[in-house]
Design a protein around this ligand. Structure first.
Ligand code: ZN
Length: 248
Protein backbone atom coordinates (compact mmCIF):
# COMPACT_ATOMS: atom_id res chain seq x y z
CA UNK A 1 0.00 0.00 0.00
CA UNK A 2 1.26 3.47 -0.88
CA UNK A 3 -0.03 6.57 0.84
CA UNK A 4 0.49 10.16 -0.23
CA UNK A 5 0.87 12.43 2.83
CA UNK A 6 -0.09 16.10 2.65
CA UNK A 7 -0.66 18.74 5.34
CA UNK A 8 -0.97 22.49 5.76
CA UNK A 9 -1.92 23.20 2.18
CA UNK A 10 -3.34 26.58 3.15
CA UNK A 11 -5.18 27.33 -0.09
CA UNK A 12 -1.95 27.28 -2.10
CA UNK A 13 -3.10 25.70 -5.37
CA UNK A 14 0.25 25.93 -7.17
CA UNK A 15 2.00 24.09 -4.32
CA UNK A 16 -0.76 21.48 -4.07
CA UNK A 17 -0.62 20.66 -7.77
CA UNK A 18 3.17 20.38 -7.66
CA UNK A 19 3.23 18.00 -4.68
CA UNK A 20 0.51 15.78 -6.14
CA UNK A 21 2.59 15.43 -9.27
CA UNK A 22 5.69 14.63 -7.18
CA UNK A 23 3.79 12.06 -5.13
CA UNK A 24 2.65 10.28 -8.28
CA UNK A 25 0.38 7.26 -8.17
CA UNK A 26 -0.67 6.12 -4.71
CA UNK A 27 -3.53 4.00 -3.36
CA UNK A 28 -4.66 6.44 -0.73
CA UNK A 29 -4.04 9.90 0.72
CA UNK A 30 -3.58 11.08 4.28
CA UNK A 31 -4.36 14.79 4.74
CA UNK A 32 -3.42 16.23 8.12
CA UNK A 33 -5.49 19.37 7.96
CA UNK A 34 -5.27 23.10 7.25
CA UNK A 35 -6.52 22.69 3.72
CA UNK A 36 -7.47 26.37 3.79
CA UNK A 37 -6.30 29.64 5.35
CA UNK A 38 -3.55 32.08 4.19
CA UNK A 39 -3.71 31.48 0.41
CA UNK A 40 -6.02 32.65 -2.36
CA UNK A 41 -7.42 29.36 -3.72
CA UNK A 42 -9.54 27.75 -1.00
CA UNK A 43 -12.25 26.38 -3.33
CA UNK A 44 -9.86 24.83 -5.83
CA UNK A 45 -7.80 23.23 -3.04
CA UNK A 46 -10.93 21.89 -1.30
CA UNK A 47 -12.14 20.46 -4.58
CA UNK A 48 -8.86 18.68 -5.28
CA UNK A 49 -8.35 17.34 -1.75
CA UNK A 50 -11.91 16.04 -1.50
CA UNK A 51 -11.44 14.19 -4.79
CA UNK A 52 -8.22 12.38 -3.79
CA UNK A 53 -8.45 8.57 -3.88
CA UNK A 54 -8.89 6.75 -0.55
CA UNK A 55 -8.79 10.00 1.38
CA UNK A 56 -8.33 10.05 5.17
CA UNK A 57 -8.53 13.63 6.36
CA UNK A 58 -8.62 15.50 9.65
CA UNK A 59 -9.29 19.16 10.36
CA UNK A 60 -6.61 21.72 11.23
CA UNK A 61 -7.04 24.84 13.34
CA UNK A 62 -7.54 27.03 10.25
CA UNK A 63 -10.18 24.66 8.85
CA UNK A 64 -12.00 24.77 12.18
CA UNK A 65 -11.73 28.56 12.45
CA UNK A 66 -13.15 29.03 8.95
CA UNK A 67 -15.99 26.67 9.90
CA UNK A 68 -16.57 28.74 13.09
CA UNK A 69 -15.53 25.79 15.29
CA UNK A 70 -12.40 27.44 16.71
CA UNK A 71 -11.94 30.88 18.25
CA UNK A 72 -10.29 33.31 15.86
CA UNK A 73 -8.77 35.20 18.83
CA UNK A 74 -6.04 32.49 18.99
CA UNK A 75 -4.74 33.70 15.61
CA UNK A 76 -2.32 36.49 14.72
CA UNK A 77 -3.90 39.40 12.78
CA UNK A 78 -2.85 38.10 9.32
CA UNK A 79 -4.09 34.59 9.99
CA UNK A 80 -7.34 35.98 11.37
CA UNK A 81 -7.79 38.20 8.29
CA UNK A 82 -7.25 35.16 6.08
CA UNK A 83 -9.84 33.19 8.05
CA UNK A 84 -12.44 35.93 7.58
CA UNK A 85 -11.60 36.22 3.87
CA UNK A 86 -11.75 32.44 3.38
CA UNK A 87 -15.10 32.15 5.14
CA UNK A 88 -16.59 34.52 2.56
CA UNK A 89 -14.79 32.99 -0.41
CA UNK A 90 -15.68 29.36 0.22
CA UNK A 91 -18.74 27.95 -1.48
CA UNK A 92 -21.30 26.60 1.04
CA UNK A 93 -20.65 22.97 0.11
CA UNK A 94 -17.01 23.18 1.23
CA UNK A 95 -17.97 25.04 4.41
CA UNK A 96 -20.39 22.24 5.26
CA UNK A 97 -17.58 19.73 4.69
CA UNK A 98 -15.23 21.59 7.04
CA UNK A 99 -17.93 21.86 9.67
CA UNK A 100 -18.22 18.05 9.77
CA UNK A 101 -14.49 17.10 9.67
CA UNK A 102 -13.10 15.00 12.53
CA UNK A 103 -10.01 16.27 14.35
CA UNK A 104 -8.37 12.86 14.53
CA UNK A 105 -8.65 9.46 12.95
CA UNK A 106 -7.26 6.05 13.79
CA UNK A 107 -7.17 3.26 11.24
CA UNK A 108 -5.00 0.17 10.87
CA UNK A 109 -1.55 1.03 12.25
CA UNK A 110 -1.90 4.80 11.82
CA UNK A 111 -3.13 7.72 13.90
CA UNK A 112 -3.85 10.97 12.05
CA UNK A 113 -4.08 14.36 13.72
CA UNK A 114 -3.27 17.93 12.78
CA UNK A 115 -1.09 18.48 15.86
CA UNK A 116 -0.43 17.04 19.30
CA UNK A 117 -2.50 14.53 21.23
CA UNK A 118 -4.75 14.63 23.09
CA UNK A 119 -5.51 18.14 21.72
CA UNK A 120 -4.61 18.36 18.01
CA UNK A 121 -4.79 22.17 18.12
CA UNK A 122 -1.65 22.15 20.30
CA UNK A 123 1.83 22.02 18.74
CA UNK A 124 4.48 19.32 19.05
CA UNK A 125 7.50 21.56 19.64
CA UNK A 126 9.82 19.32 21.67
CA UNK A 127 10.73 15.74 22.47
CA UNK A 128 8.66 16.10 25.63
CA UNK A 129 5.59 17.09 23.57
CA UNK A 130 6.25 14.19 21.21
CA UNK A 131 6.45 11.75 24.13
CA UNK A 132 3.05 12.87 25.43
CA UNK A 133 1.54 12.49 21.95
CA UNK A 134 3.08 9.06 21.33
CA UNK A 135 1.95 7.73 24.71
CA UNK A 136 -1.55 8.84 23.85
CA UNK A 137 -2.02 6.44 20.99
CA UNK A 138 -1.76 2.68 20.71
CA UNK A 139 -0.68 2.75 17.07
CA UNK A 140 2.96 2.54 16.00
CA UNK A 141 2.72 5.42 13.52
CA UNK A 142 1.26 8.87 14.12
CA UNK A 143 1.32 11.42 11.31
CA UNK A 144 0.78 15.12 12.00
CA UNK A 145 1.30 18.60 10.56
CA UNK A 146 0.71 22.00 12.20
CA UNK A 147 4.32 23.18 12.82
CA UNK A 148 5.04 23.33 9.06
CA UNK A 149 8.38 21.59 9.77
CA UNK A 150 9.42 18.24 8.30
CA UNK A 151 10.77 16.08 11.12
CA UNK A 152 10.24 12.88 13.02
CA UNK A 153 10.48 11.43 16.51
CA UNK A 154 11.09 7.81 17.45
CA UNK A 155 10.22 6.44 20.88
CA UNK A 156 11.46 2.98 21.82
CA UNK A 157 10.17 0.98 24.74
CA UNK A 158 11.92 1.82 27.99
CA UNK A 159 12.98 5.27 26.75
CA UNK A 160 11.66 8.40 28.40
CA UNK A 161 12.45 10.80 25.57
CA UNK A 162 11.99 10.12 21.88
CA UNK A 163 14.85 10.79 19.49
CA UNK A 164 14.32 13.71 17.12
CA UNK A 165 15.48 14.04 13.52
CA UNK A 166 14.94 17.19 11.41
CA UNK A 167 14.01 16.34 7.82
CA UNK A 168 13.87 19.81 6.26
CA UNK A 169 15.94 18.72 3.27
CA UNK A 170 13.72 15.72 2.66
CA UNK A 171 14.86 12.12 2.81
CA UNK A 172 13.67 8.76 4.02
CA UNK A 173 12.21 7.80 7.39
CA UNK A 174 12.82 4.06 7.88
CA UNK A 175 10.13 2.68 10.13
CA UNK A 176 11.82 -0.73 10.27
CA UNK A 177 15.48 0.13 10.80
CA UNK A 178 18.14 -2.47 11.68
CA UNK A 179 17.82 -1.64 15.34
CA UNK A 180 14.00 -1.81 15.27
CA UNK A 181 12.46 -2.91 18.54
CA UNK A 182 8.97 -4.19 19.18
CA UNK A 183 6.88 -1.37 20.53
CA UNK A 184 8.72 1.38 18.63
CA UNK A 185 6.54 4.38 18.00
CA UNK A 186 6.99 7.00 15.34
CA UNK A 187 5.70 10.54 15.07
CA UNK A 188 6.21 11.87 11.55
CA UNK A 189 5.59 15.34 10.14
CA UNK A 190 6.20 15.56 6.37
CA UNK A 191 6.13 19.37 6.44
CA UNK A 192 3.80 21.89 4.84
CA UNK A 193 2.55 21.87 1.27
CA UNK A 194 1.52 25.49 1.05
CA UNK A 195 3.54 27.50 3.56
CA UNK A 196 6.88 25.91 4.57
CA UNK A 197 8.52 27.49 7.62
CA UNK A 198 11.91 25.84 7.84
CA UNK A 199 13.78 28.40 5.77
CA UNK A 200 13.22 26.59 2.48
CA UNK A 201 10.45 27.82 0.19
CA UNK A 202 10.03 24.36 -1.36
CA UNK A 203 6.68 22.65 -0.82
CA UNK A 204 6.82 19.52 1.33
CA UNK A 205 4.96 16.20 1.26
CA UNK A 206 5.49 12.51 1.87
CA UNK A 207 4.97 9.06 0.39
CA UNK A 208 4.52 6.14 2.78
CA UNK A 209 5.15 2.68 1.34
CA UNK A 210 3.94 0.02 3.78
CA UNK A 211 5.82 -2.71 1.91
CA UNK A 212 9.24 -1.16 2.47
CA UNK A 213 8.12 0.51 5.74
CA UNK A 214 9.56 3.79 4.55
CA UNK A 215 8.22 7.30 4.40
CA UNK A 216 9.93 9.45 1.83
CA UNK A 217 9.74 13.15 2.57
CA UNK A 218 9.94 15.20 -0.60
CA UNK A 219 10.67 18.89 -1.18
CA UNK A 220 9.14 20.19 -4.35
CA UNK A 221 9.56 23.31 -6.48
CA UNK A 222 6.42 25.17 -7.48
CA UNK A 223 5.36 28.49 -9.02
CA UNK A 224 5.70 30.68 -5.92
CA UNK A 225 5.30 33.93 -7.89
CA UNK A 226 1.90 32.86 -9.21
CA UNK A 227 0.66 32.00 -5.69
CA UNK A 228 1.97 35.37 -4.43
CA UNK A 229 0.27 37.34 -7.20
CA UNK A 230 -3.08 35.76 -6.34
CA UNK A 231 -2.70 36.55 -2.63
CA UNK A 232 -2.04 40.22 -3.43
CA UNK A 233 -4.85 40.37 -5.99
CA UNK A 234 -7.27 38.88 -3.45
CA UNK A 235 -6.48 41.69 -1.01
CA UNK A 236 -5.05 39.28 1.57
CA UNK A 237 -2.24 40.60 3.84
CA UNK A 238 0.95 41.12 1.82
CA UNK A 239 3.07 39.28 4.37
CA UNK A 240 1.24 36.08 3.42
CA UNK A 241 2.70 36.44 -0.07
CA UNK A 242 6.22 37.58 0.85
CA UNK A 243 6.80 34.81 3.42
CA UNK A 244 6.35 32.11 0.76
CA UNK A 245 9.62 32.93 -0.97
CA UNK A 246 11.66 32.77 2.24
CA UNK A 247 9.95 29.75 3.73
CA UNK A 248 9.09 31.46 7.02
ZN1 ZN B 1 -0.98 25.21 9.20
Amino acid sequence: MRYGIIADIHSNLEALQAVLEAIGKVDSYLCLGDIVGYGADPNACMEIVRGLPGLHVVAGNHDLAVASRYDISYFNPWAAAAVVWTRQALVPEHLVYLKALATREVFEAITLAHGALPDPMEYVLSAADAAVTLRHTTRPLTVIGHTHLAEYYRLSEGERRPRHVAMGRGGVVRLRPEDARPGDRWLVNCGSVGQPRDGSPLAACGVYDTQTAQIEIKRVQYDIAAAQRKIIAAGLPEVLASRLEVGR
